[in-house]
Write a protein that binds this ligand. Structure first.
Ligand code: GLA
Length: 388
């Protein structure tokens, strides 16, 4: 997108009175299937999307980190220190957490002028946070020639989200935005970090993203609650089963051991995780064999389980999926990401997209009282440098 790049560079010149040395891009992601699985050591199937976050950046000699973002009014100018701590809820905590990590690891980094811009809806469950974390880590690696391997960029970005930001997320988002490839779904084993790229061949169908536009205010605390519940369920099962993660247990074994979990809620959480993990295996097979109807059915089943067993959906996401199930030209739909608002995804017949957008907007608006945002997404590349 040359026009946009030009205006990012022009803004950078206005703010910092020089040209940026580099522009980098990092995508957002959707997860096709395998939800709330990554922190339970199973398989997930995300892909990078074409929307994401851009960074125009230059080194400075004043040993300052100067943060600007076209999406937010807050700015910051911090002198180089040995470490930093989180500053309230400001957006620049994400790049600051990454810088803090590099400094604490002893990497020789120094002052930078940074201008960010994102075209991802922020906080909508499309991994705007992983996108900016990975983007910053990738940029530091390139600018200071640190030779940090790609896998380490994903892993350290997750660590920053866990320890600096305070969300116990798994590795899926940071991995997807680091390793995404155009038109490919990533089948990732979140325990071993081994992955395969599967062609995202959906024939006459395109991937629509439907943003509920619901503010995800409680998302982080609810997410951490689910994380803790899975830990408690695993602890109960470990009394008789040898497992490091819930996803080490197959459905059959779980059925014969579920009595070990005395709490009904924890039992439901574990059942979601273990059945969802098995759906990912089926979905990978269906996608590879071009069985799109089967793939779509698995998406629906996944949503149902997230709604009833894991309880991370909500009226907004359910309304969208309910519409999609009845819509003749949709073969599968589900919430994507952590839930509690955010986005749903749907596979829609390519010549019916406009009709779908009109109809789902009316249906959702009538029930929820405001409009969703709907767009068709391409599956894009992971983090990269953009030529100036
Ligand atoms: C968020 C987290 C991921 C993953 C999903 C749910 O996006 O950041 O690590 O757990 O929720 O699948």
């Amino acid at each position: 997108m040359p026009d946009f790049r030009d205006s990012l560079v022009a803004e950078f010149e206005k703010i910092f009175r020089k040209r940026p040395d580099h522009v980098f891009f990092s995508p957002g992601r959707v997860n096709l299937i395998g939800e709330h699985i990554d922190y339970n050591g199973g398989k997930v199937m995300p892909c990078a999307i074409s929307l994401g976050t851009y960074l125009a950046v230059s080194k400075n000699t004043e040993k300052m980190f100067r943060f600007h973002c076209l999406n937010f009014p807050e700015t910051a100018g911090l002198h180089l220190q040995n470490s930093y701590s989180k500053s309230g809820k400001a957006w620049f905590n994400y790049p600051l957490g990454i810088i803090n990590h590099f400094l604490k690891q002893g990497y020789p980094i120094s002052g930078l002028d940074l201008l960010f811009y994102g075209d991802l809806p922020i906080g909508a469950g499309l991994s705007s946070s992983a996108s900016i974390e990975v983007l910053t880590a990738f940029a530091l690696n390139e600018l200071f020639q640190l030779n940090v391997p790609r896998i380490e960029i994903a892993v350290l970005s997750k660590k920053v989200e866990n320890e600096f930001i305070g969300v116990n997320c798994g590795i899926m988002d940071q991995f997807a935005v680091t390793f995404g490839q155009r038109d490919k779904a990533i089948l990732l084993n979140c325990d071993s970090l081994q992955y395969e790229l599967l062609p995202f061949a959906t024939g006459d169908y395109v991937l629509a993203i439907i943003n509920t536009n619901k503010a995800r205010t409680l998302a982080d605390s609810k997410y951490n609650e689910r994380f803790a519940e899975c830990g408690a369920a695993l602890k109960a099962l470990k009394k008789e089963l040898a497992a490091n993660n819930l996803c080490d247990i197959d459905l059959e074994t779980f059925q014969s051991a579920r009595h070990l979990i005395k709490d009904e809620v924890l039992e439901k959480r574990a059942l979601h995780v273990i059945s969802e993990n098995s759906r990912v295996h089926e979905a990978a097979q269906a996608l590879t064999q071009s069985q799109l109807t089967k793939f779509g059915q698995l998406m629906h089943d996944s949503h149902q389980s997230l709604k009833d067993l894991y309880e991370v959906s909500g009226i907004e996401l359910d309304t969208i999926v309910e519409f999609c199930k009845d819509y003749e030209y949709c073969i599968g739909a589900r919430m994507t990401g952590a839930g509690f608002g955010g986005c749903a995804i749907a596979l829609i017949k390519n010549d019916k997209v406009d009709d779908f957008i009109n109809q789902v907007t009316v249906y959702y608006g009538r029930k929820i009282g405001y409009a969703p945002s709907v767009f068709v997404s391409n599956i894009g590349d992971g983090v990269k440098e953009v030529q100036l």
